[in-house]
Write a protein that binds this ligand. Structure first.
Ligand code: C5P
Length: 234
């Protein structure tokens, strides 16, 4: 018997714990971890660097479909390491703007589907379970209260670059604006897929969330056992 490599989709707003959980699960299973938010961020970064108007959907989409991405370890776009450069308040905003354009999403979604088509992937984002892989083996939606998400983001050094340490209020406001934009956009808004497992991580230690997710993944692995040729012919 062989076990098929799964597709694990993790969606939710920023600060809900997607990154931590996705990384842990990918390491455990030796799967690839794809942070699709980093792709929207890298495209926004490059569009700004090239002086493009972020409202110009066609120009940004052209950039997105021509770009090459590196997403394992360092984040690169067209060979340039942008790991730190994409974690600024300016790129938080710019990424949410480019993510509203349907042609930009089409270019990146096609890429994401190629990355995951063989399975063996933990993919995190906003539309993975709804649009990119609607038939993913495991579909999770991680959430947390706005206060807790803002607190996590304020204390998250990966997101602190380019931001003066300030009251959590400012982080909370920026986060709310971005969530609002992600939830209300016309194309692929952030929403809970009807068949996703909804996990509220407010006040829950990360180790507990990880255990809960591991249990769901184990169930999916048990379902993914395929009889091999020899077993089938027996
Ligand atoms: O996850 P992260 O905060 O890095 O994502 C940055 C932005 O990229 C989000 O605010 C959202 O607008 C966009 N995004 C998206 N779809 C995804 C991942 C990210 O629209 N699958």
């Amino acid at each position: 018997m062989a076990t098929r490599q799964l597709i694990i989709a993790i969606d939710g707003p920023s600060g809900a714990g997607k990154g931590t959980i996705a990384r842990t699960i990918a390491r455990w299973l030796e799967y690839r971890h794809i942070d699709t938010g980093a792709m929207y961020r890298a495209v926004a970064w490059k569009a700004l660097r090239e002086g493009l108007n972020l409202a110009d959907a066609a120009a940004v989409a052209r950039l997105a479909s021509d770009a090459t991405f590196g997403l394992e370890g360092a984040v690169t776009i067209d060979g340039e390491d942008v790991t730190d450069a994409i974690r600024t308040a300016e790129i938080d905003q710019a990424a949410a703007i480019v993510a509203r354009h349907a042609p930009v999403r089409e270019a990146l979604v096609a890429r994401q589907q190629r990355y995951g088509e063989q399975g063996g992937v933990v993919m995190e984002g906003r539309d993975i379970g709804t649009v990119v892989f609607p038939s993913a083996d495991v579909k999770l939606y991680l959430d947390a209260s706005p206060d807790e998400r803002a607190r996590r983001r304020a204390g998250d050094s990966a997101h602190a670059l380019g931001r003066r340490p300030g009251p959590t209020d400012a982080v909370a406001r920026a986060l709310e604006e971005r969530d609002e934009s992600d939830r209300t956009r016309a194309v692929s808004p952030l929403m809970v897929a009807p068949d996703a497992v909804y996990i509220d991580t407010t006040g829950v230690p990360i180790a507990d969330v990880t255990r809960q997710v591991e249990a769901l993944v184990k169930q999916a692995l048990a379902r993914a056992v395929e009889p091999q040729e020899a077993d089938r012919n027996r």
